[in-house]
Write a protein that binds this ligand. Structure first.
Ligand code: SAH
Ligand code: SF4
Ligand code: F3S
Length: 440
């Protein structure tokens, strides 16, 4: 049996794609190894979102080549977004280059590789959703799993490379999504996260009967109805598209987790316009208000980009004041990285000096630290239902797990295992964790 080793970079969708890849390769007789030294095939499932993500992969390729020198016949493959973006440029360095829509073709590509004949497939598809493939789960604890509900992206945010690496948006057949969630639940999983670049634009069109079309709110209901014991999460929501129907659907089902990842990117309407996000500061704040009026305890997290093209001190201040106004639970924060081929790279000079970008990013990060603490302090005294993930990393006598809001809780163990639900009371907090006692 041939052995495959897979490293995964980038977003949750890539994690799920690696599970799809493993399923395809297992069907072709490969087995997974976690030891690169014994791998016949070394795959890196890659990310292109920022330049440093790609630089990391180039470094890894050099390391993979050591394996190749040490042992005959080892194959190095680059798959995912960087494969799609760089195509031939990568083919000079590795044996296999496969884009996100060509994973079904991996067995054939691998079989065709010869020392002087590397293989590449970077065709993008308008239909591929891997709907019929049961991912082989790579998570360690068997409690929480990802389900991709769509692929690609049709929003051409000016800074973003994803529409080029993942192609056009397409929604997956909802019945295959429900079957996958049901199957996971019957195998003991307690939480599924529905994944898409913009889940709010999920839209399955029934070929015969438009009455049977399924939008994201309808899909959420279908998955939530599988069992009240199965938690449902989703990511990512887009501020321009998140609908009242989705917000009310979340409120209606206890098992739809009360957490929305709603990337704002900037608090300045001028920057948002240049970013082509198709909403402005006021629209974003209105959506937050709506969410909080319907779901008062809703967890809210975001992404922020510092130092986008032409960003003034005032634009930067607008981001800080928005963050102070909203008080996000947590945020992913990045310095703008120009990506070749994007609209921004063609239209706007990347004109904020590195030092300035870093300075602004650091200000954003330190403000968010204070906001995370503030947001957690509001939880003190509350009783929360937590899904146990396992022993706490710091103290094995304690357990850790997430509340519905996605906040991490630690609490004394009474012998529960991963996948059990516990009721806990928040006693004190740090900016990252809720420290809880037991109430059940
Ligand atoms: N589909 C999601 C985001 C996917 S990419 C959405 O629309 O929100 C994840 C995050 O990476 C983005 O939210 C953005 O904050 C960041 N990002 C994307 N392109 C970037 C770039 N060129 N430079 C810096 N950060 C970027
Ligand atoms: Fe990129 Fe925008 Fe699509 Fe998100 S919505 S993946 S930021 S183009
Ligand atoms: Fe990266 Fe591709 Fe995801 S660029 S963030 S792995 S969609």
């Amino acid at each position: 049996m041939k052995k495959v080793y897979i490293e995964t970079y980038g977003c949750q969708m890539n994690v799920n794609d690696s599970e799809v890849i493993l399923s395809i390769l297992q069907n072709d007789g490969y087995s997974l190894t976690e030891n690169i030294e014994e791998a016949d095939v070394i795959l890196a499932n890659t990310c292109s979102i920022r330049d440093n993500a790609e630089q990391r992969i180039w470094g890894r390729i050099d390391q993979f080549k050591i394996q190749k020198r040490n042992r005959d016949g080892v194959v190095i493959g680059i798959v995912g977004c960087m494969a799609e973006r760089l195509k031939n440029e990568l083919l000079k360095s590795v044996d296999l280059v496969a884009g996100p829509d060509s994973y079904r073709n991996l067995p054939a590509l691998l079989a065709a590789i010869r020392p002087d004949s590397p293989q590449m497939d970077v065709l993008l598809s308008h239909e591929e959703t891997y709907a019929d493939i049961t991912p082989v789960r790579l998570d360690k604890n068997g409690v929480s799993a990802f389900i991709s509900i769509m692929r690609g992206c049709n929003n051409v945010c000016s800074y973003c490379v994803v529409p080029y690496t993942r192609g056009a948006e397409r929604s997956r057949d909802p019945y295959t999504i429900v079957n996958e969630a049901q199957d996971l639940f019957s195998r003991g999983y307690k939480e599924v996260t529905l994944l898409g670049q913009n889940v709010d634009s999920y839209n399955w069109k029934d070929k015969e009967d438009p009455q049977k079309n399924v939008n994201f709110a309808a899909l959420l209901r279908m998955v939530a109805q599988i069992s009240p014991e199965l938690r449902v999460r989703f990511s990512t929501s887009h501020p321009k598209d998140i609908s009242d129907e989705v917000i009310y659907t979340m409120a209606e089902y206890e098992n739809i987790c009360k957490h929305i990842h709603l990337p704002v990117q900037s608090g300045s309407s001028i920057m948002l316009e240049k970013m082509r996000r198709k909403y402005n500061r006021e629209w974003y704040l209105e959506r937050v208000e709506k969410i909080r009026s319907v779901i008062p305890d809703c967890g809210l997290t975001t992404d922020v980009i510092a130092g986008f093209c032409g960003e003034t001190d005032q634009d930067h201040q607008d981001t800080l004041t928005l963050m102070e106004k909203v008080v996000f639970d947590s945020a992913f924060m990045f310095a703008y990285s120009e990506r070749p081929g994007t609209l921004a790279s063609r239209k706007y000079p990347d004109d904020i000096p590195y030092e300035k970008k870093t300075e602004r990013l650091n200000e954003i990060i330190s403000l968010q630290g204070r906001m995370s603490l503030k947001s957690n302090e509001k939880e003190i005294g509350k009783v929360l239902k937590v899904l146990v993930e396992g022993p706490s990393k710091k103290n094995p006598q304690e357990l850790c797990g997430r509340a519905s809001s996605n906040k991490m809780c630690v609490f004394p163990s009474r012998g529960e295992k991963a996948g059990d639900y516990c009721l806990v009371k928040v006693e004190s907090v740090t900016s990252a964790t809720l420290i809880c006692s037991r109430v059940d």
